[in-house]
Design a protein around this ligand. Structure first.
Ligand code: GDP
Length: 423
């Protein structure tokens, strides 16, 4: 009887832990310089409450850029990821440099994320630099959704941007929105999955409620036509959706969402959304799409490694032996700060871990979860999570930290493209 009680308690704990892991999205924002990555990131941090004050690119107060008023001795500047929450999901936003000069830094960050948002400019569509970052993400098998930004600009054209994605990057970009209004008159989108209008009042502050309403009458026929085309395109790629489509002539919102999630995770399709980050339009649906379509650490393939020539595999299971990869290291006044992606097991404050590169053991002093303008200390962190730690003194970028009783070296990153300098 006691055994039974204990087993049940353990099962309950691990069910709640795996629900927590399922709610994690480790994502990066990939973009050509000037497409609006900083602005999109800023809006995300604001909407998710990760920052308390509005930052503007032009007055130099954005929290993702260097902040001279940094309060916490470098921790929030030097951490490679920022945690925030959206609709019950934990989003770990991993810093991915946008410039091809930082190709190997992009590689490092691509290695630890499970999905990405690729930001495009609605006027220029796919540009050469977005192509090179896209190829890197391809090589790491990173599932992506696309955000066509700057829909308010003269000449902005979602259809043309989708066509350029199809031509240059991916055969199956699937637009799940129809813009409402053009250029300066862009006021919102029709969500083609749920067939509803999402609009933002003029001059809306970030965080001002996105208004949900019926599809405007003048767009009803076009929206219906596009939804049907979307359902058809999804059915062509997804056998279960095809079955439902053949039986009913359409797909329910739930069926579309489920199929789009699988197609995104497997890299067969790229969901496309649009907005104007600068005008605070379209970022909430983008966050919803991150939660709905990008994979959790439980959805991605197990990570591989080796020990003494023997291949090893680890899954995002908190009960497995601990393993993590260091992907950024910085010297701060608080001490050496390492950003880690935990692939398996559980890390507790005070744990002794093996640095697989040096063969030495290290004691983890503090485990920090970093928000944009502050950090919080946590006692434990589990598989799938990204945290910063103080205390892994010998750790370098690319170092595996693991349970000394179950040593392994995690597979190194794919070799970077030669660094290209753009004149
Ligand atoms: P990054 O280089 O990709 O990080 O791009 P930024 O976020 O710094 O944006 C580049 C420029 O585009 C800045 O001047 C922004 O103010 C501007 N920008 C960003 N989003 C929008 C948008 O939605 N519409 C318009 N018109 N401009 C935008």
């Amino acid at each position: 009887r006691t055994d039974l009680v204990t087993t049940t308690a353990v099962a309950a704990v691990s069910a709640s832990t795996s629900a927590a892991v399922a709610a994690v999205r480790n994502l990066g924002i990939l973009a050509h310089v000037d497409a609006g990555k900083t602005t999109v990131t800023e809006r995300i941090l604001f909407l998710t409450g990760a920052v308390h004050k509005r930052g503007e690119v032009h007055d130099g107060t954005t929290v993702t850029d260097f902040d001279p008023q940094e309060r916490d001795r470098g921790i929030t500047i030097f951490a490679a990821a920022v945690s925030c929450e959206w609709g019950g999901h934990r989003l770990n936003l991993i810093d991915t440099p946008g410039h091809v000069d930082f190709a190997d830094e992009v590689e490092r960050s691509l290695r630890v994320l499970d999905g990405a948002v690729a930001v495009f400019d609605a006027v220029s569509g796919v540009e050469p630099q977005s192509e090179s970052v896209w190829r890197q993400a391809d090589r790491h098998g990173v599932p992506r959704i696309a955000f066509v930004n700057k829909m308010d600009r003269p000449g902005a054209d979602l259809d043309a941007a989708v066509a350029s994605i199809r031509e240059k990057l991916h055969p199956a970009p699937l637009a799940v929105q129809l813009p409402i209004g053009r250029e300066g008159g862009f006021t919102g989108v029709v969500d083609l999955v749920g067939m509803r209008a999402l609009t933002w009042p003029d001059g809306a502050e970030p965080g001002a409620d996105c208004q949900v309403g019926d599809v405007p009458e003048e767009l009803a026929a076009e929206a219906a036509r596009r939804r049907q085309a979307l359902a058809e395109a999804v059915a062509e790629l997804h056998p279960a959706a095809l079955e439902e489509y053949c039986a009913t002539g359409s797909l329910t919102a739930a069926a579309l969402t489920g199929a789009l999630r699988q197609l995104t995770g497997s890299g067969q399709a790229v969901v496309v959304l649009c907005g104007s980050a600068y005008r605070n339009r379209g970022v909430e649906p983008l966050l919803d799409a991150v939660a709905a379509y990008l994979p959790s650490p439980l959805d991605v393939p197990p990570v591989r490694g080796e020990f003494d020539g023997a291949p090893q595999e680890r899954t995002a299971d908190p009960e497995q032996p601990f393993s993590a990869l260091v992907f950024k290291v910085a010297a701060t006044a608080t001490g050496r700060l390492g950003s880690l992606r935990i692939y398996s097991g559980t890390l507790r404050k005070g744990d002794t871990v093996l640095d697989a590169r040096t063969g030495r053991t290290e004691r983890i002093g503090r485990i920090l979860r970093v928000q944009a303008d502050r950090h919080t200390e946590t006692g434990t962190a589990v598989a799938g999570d990204i945290v910063a730690v103080v205390g892994a003194k010998g750790a370098k970028v690319g170092t595996t930290l693991c349970d000394p009783r179950a040593p392994l070296v995690l597979e190194p990153a794919v070799a970077a493209d030669p660094v290209v300098t753009v004149a």
